[in-house]
Design a protein around this ligand. Structure first.
Ligand code: ADP
Length: 550
């Protein structure tokens, strides 16, 4: 509803209300005045009548009294009836106007006839108030009319004032704001000369706002320009890096290939040492170049992800098998768990996912000298998608709280001196994070210095199926088979136990050689020997080989 309509409605209601109140007030005042007048008139009539007829009343001379009453009726047009009674309340005489309607509005007065302090009778008078009421109604009408008229004039004046000094300034400010939002010139900007100071202040605020928006627009344009320039420069740098690293890779392969061939030939001890150094330095350099190539490809927006079905379970196990060579000389267990309720095949970029997991498991293995590295794949399937969580936890050197978030930065190596011992480029996690994000996933890390770290990748992948030729199925129905798992590490026993259980085997677990032997003996006595035993090699007391011999 427009402001003008709202104000008009409010003022019209006010006019009606004030008119009604004024009319009612006048009516009440008039009524009181007329009532007082009638009362006074009655008093006078009764005193005149009793003065004139007192003797006739005392002797109860009815004809005389009646004549007096008829005279009164004749001369007082508002008088409806008049009755005179003696002190025993019996009527002496009475007169009434003929042709008066019964419901005619009237007031009645009763007074005593007193002479020298003694009461001789009563006079009962009825007055018509019809004329008085018409007079009251007329007065109220006039009051309503004049009050309403004055108010209408007042409202018109206020309306005129509002239209010019309230509504017009508001419309102008509104138009200016709208024009600012639509980035165009406003139709009117000049406020009326007599506009209130509040409207002038409001209009000045619009000026300030316009100025601020102009400045912001200009700053945004400058920023956009600077951003475009920086992005172009960054892309050029990434392109350059990508080209250079690609160009370096080709001759590097030559260097590596040749040093490998050289190592296979007859070399003196010294020559072999030199050549091995060339080969290992070359391999390290190739890793750096590969990392730079990957990183600059991602930065230049040239990294395109593949989408193909692949066996995630096999991939995770391959990576663990490949990296297990790195723990050969350490007391570290590399444990791999793939949740039995998850499907094996998913759709995505197998090469890049392998790179992500290899980098995380590689780091975990690199920074752990004692304890375990556990690779755990879990998740849930919803329709055609699975929410996967791949977590890699270790009991290695850990990361200080202030460095935890830094590890995903470019060329970020948390502890320079420690990393002398552990080789690397500081690019691996930066690439990993970007790849995970390109896949729509997230990577998070929790770590405690000296205790270990846990890197967790969460991502959603569509479940898939491999073409028949690519799918090497292994027999997984072990119904009726009794299996014994022997491992000193509980987590290893748990992983094997849940996997074998999902293949329907009946599984027993033992944590050391002697208790495993007990179980074997008991099984034989029961006449239900084990079909197969899976033994860990490195166990305290008795190793896997000795246990197998026993
Ligand atoms: P690098 O090639 O040096 O390993 P990354 O980007 O893979 O580079 O890792 C960056 C840094 O994060 C490492 O140098 C190391 O300081 C820290 N870091 C990564 N993974 C671990 C881990 N599992 N345990 C302890 N520190 C880690």
């Amino acid at each position: 509803m427009r402001l003008v309509s709202q104000m008009s409605a409010a003022l019209a209601s006010a006019i009606v209300l004030v008119g009604v109140v004024a009319g009612e007030t006048v009516r009440r005042v008039e009524q009181k005045r007329i009532e007082a007048q009638v009362r006074e008139q009655t008093g006078q009539l009764i005193s005149i009548m009793s003065g004139m007829t007192i003797e006739a009343i005392i002797v109860e001379d009815a004809p005389f009294v009646e004549t007096a009453l008829a005279q009164a009726l004749k001369h007082l047009p508002s008088l409806i009836s008049i009755t005179v009674r003696n002190e025993q309340d019996r009527i002496i005489a009475s007169a009434a106007r003929k042709g008066v309607a019964k419901d005619q509005p009237a007031v009645r007065h009763l007074d005593e006839v007193v002479f020298e302090g003694e009461v001789f009778g009563k006079i009962d008078v009825s007055w018509s108030t019809a004329g008085a009421e018409a007079q009251i109604a007329e007065s109220a009408k006039v009051a309503r009319f004049y009050t309403g008229g004055v108010l209408v004039l007042l409202v018109l004046a206020i309306g005129l004032f509002n239209a010019r000094l309230v509504i017009r300034p508001l419309t102008i400010v509104h138009e200016r704001l709208r024009a600012t939002r639509q980035k165009r010139q406003p139709d009117h900007i000049e406020l009326p000369r007599l506009a209130a100071s509040e409207f002038i202040a409001l209009s000045q605020s619009v000026d300030d706002l316009e100025l601020m928006l102009d400045e912001r627009e200009q700053r945004e344009a400058e920023l956009q320009f600077a951003r475009d320039r920086a992005e172009t420069a960054n892309r050029a740098k990434s392109d350059f890096l990508a080209t250079v690293s690609h160009e370096i890779r080709t001759p590097m392969n030559g260097v590596l290939g040749m040093s490998e061939l050289l190592l296979e030939s007859d070399l003196s001890k010294e020559q072999r040492l030199f050549t091995e150094t060339i080969a290992s330095s070359g391999a390290a350099l190739l890793t750096v170049i590969n990392d730079i190539l990957d990183f600059s490809k991602i930065e230049a927006g040239k990294m395109v992800l593949e989408n193909a079905p692949f066996n995630l379970h096999n991939m995770i196990e391959d990576i663990c098998v490949l990296l297990s060579s790195k723990i050969e000389h350490k007391t570290v267990e590399l444990i791999c768990r793939f949740a039995p309720d998850l499907p094996d095949v998913f759709c995505g970029d197998p090469g890049r996912l392998r790179q992500i997991v290899t980098n995380l498991v590689g780091n975990a293995v690199k920074f752990t000298t004692d304890g375990e590295v556990i690779v755990d794949v879990s998740g849930s399937v919803n329709g055609g998608h699975a929410d996967l969580k791949i977590s890699i936890s270790d009991t290695g050197i850990g990361i200080a709280p202030q460095d935890v978030e830094k590890v995903f930065g470019v060329f970020e190596q948390v502890d320079g001196s420690a990393n002398r011992k552990f080789e690397g480029t500081g690019l691996g996690l930066a690439i990993t994070k970007r790849l995970v994000e390109m896949m729509g996933g997230e990577i998070a890390v929790t770590s405690e210095l000296g205790k270990g770290s846990c890197f967790a990748v969460t991502l959603t992948l569509p479940t898939g199926a491999l073409p028949q030729a690519d799918h090497t199925t292994i027999e997984t129905d072990l119904t009726g088979k009794r299996l014994l798992v022997v491992d000193d590490l509980e987590v290893n026993r748990t992983v094997l136990y849940e996997r074998l259980l999902s293949w329907n085997a009946t599984v027993w677990c033992a944590s050391c050689g002697p208790s495993a032997l007990d179980m074997v003996r008991q099984a034989n006595e029961r006449g239900a020997p084990f079909h197969l035993a899976i033994l860990d090699y490195a166990m305290p007391d008795m190793n896997g080989e000795d246990l197998a011999r026993e």
